[in-house]
Design a protein around this ligand. Structure first.
Ligand code: NDP
Length: 240
């Protein structure tokens, strides 16, 4: 059955691949973005998928935007919390703003969209929320206390909210990607990236489409019994 889906940070990188995967499966997709207007316009021109601009870390803006999407397009049954940023640095050099921005956007964004959509999903007896965590939230990463804490928080958030949705047909799951070939990873210095790839058993970076296909499964009818789980898609880099 076709549903209305929102994908935060859905106009480029992993989010773009997720938007396309859900669109290809017949859903009515709305992609959100933060401010990269050029990429968002190109995305809509290429795919026909509308893009709505707001900051997922802004609670009020998220409530208003989700209400607007529900009014203009239809009740939101699928939410992919994908928007994320990094502000890396060792603790001594990490500012409070670097900490706060990463927590506010990566983890706060999940709370904000859930607040705007979860009650409706429960009332309608069907919903899918997929939160994009990270291998670095599972294993930790040097220079990323903010990002690792936010992503680890996403995994806890997922398990707690899954318990609230289970009786109402609303599943809540997470995906923990390993290193995926997107703009975010392009920002990692080449020598550091080489060392990272050397630690990936399959010997390469992942593609955004490999995350998108996992995400599409978690949003499908076939995944009705999967909730509170974390799907690790990381080329074998972290197994547990
Ligand atoms: P990109 O940096 O390529 O894209 C990030 C997307 O998030 C953009 O669409 C951006 O919008 C949007 N975004 C950023 N901040 C906000 C905000 N405040 N409000 C709304 N949208 C926002 O990221 P990736 O595709 O690489 O990553 C996607 C997700 O996957 C992130 O959560 C990331 O942490 C996670 N992840 C990525 C990995 C990787 O290897 N790439 C590994 C593990 C996890 P705009 O275009 O307007 O800037």
């Amino acid at each position: 059955m076709a549903r209305v889906a929102i994908v935060t940070g859905g106009t480029r990188g992993i989010g773009k691949a997720v938007s396309l995967a859900l669109h290809e499966r017949g859903h009515t997709v709305v992609a959100n973005y933060a401010g990269n207007e050029e990429k968002a316009l190109a995305f809509t021109a290429e795919t026909g998928i509308p893009a709505y601009r707001w900051d997922v870390g802004d609670h009020e803006a998220t409530q208003e935007s989700c209400a607007r999407i529900a009014a203009e397009i239809g009740p939101i049954d699928i939410v992919i919390n994908n928007a994320g940023i990094t502000r890396d640095g060792v603790l001594q050099r990490m500012s409070f703003d670097d900490w706060n921005d990463v927590m506010r956007i990566n983890l706060g964004g999940c709370f904000n969209t859930a607040k705007a959509t979860f009650a409706g999903m429960r009332e309608r007896g069907w919903g899918r929320i997929v939160n994009i965590g990270s291998i670095n939230g599972q294993a930790g990463q040097y220079g990323q206390v903010n990002y690792a804490a936010a992503k680890s928080g996403i995994h806890g958030f997922t398990k707690a909210l899954a318990q609230e949705g289970a009786k109402y047909g609303v599943t809540v799951n997470a995906i923990a990607p390993g290193y995926i070939d997107t703009d975010m990873v392009a920002a990692v210095p080449a020598p550091v990236l080489e060392k990272i790839v050397a630690k990936i058993p399959v010997g390469r970076l992942g593609s955004a489409y490999e995350i998108a296909r996992g995400c599409a499964f978690l949003c499908s009818e076939n995944a009705a019994f999967v909730t509170g789980s974390t799907l690790s898609i990381n080329g074998g880099q972290h197994m547990y």
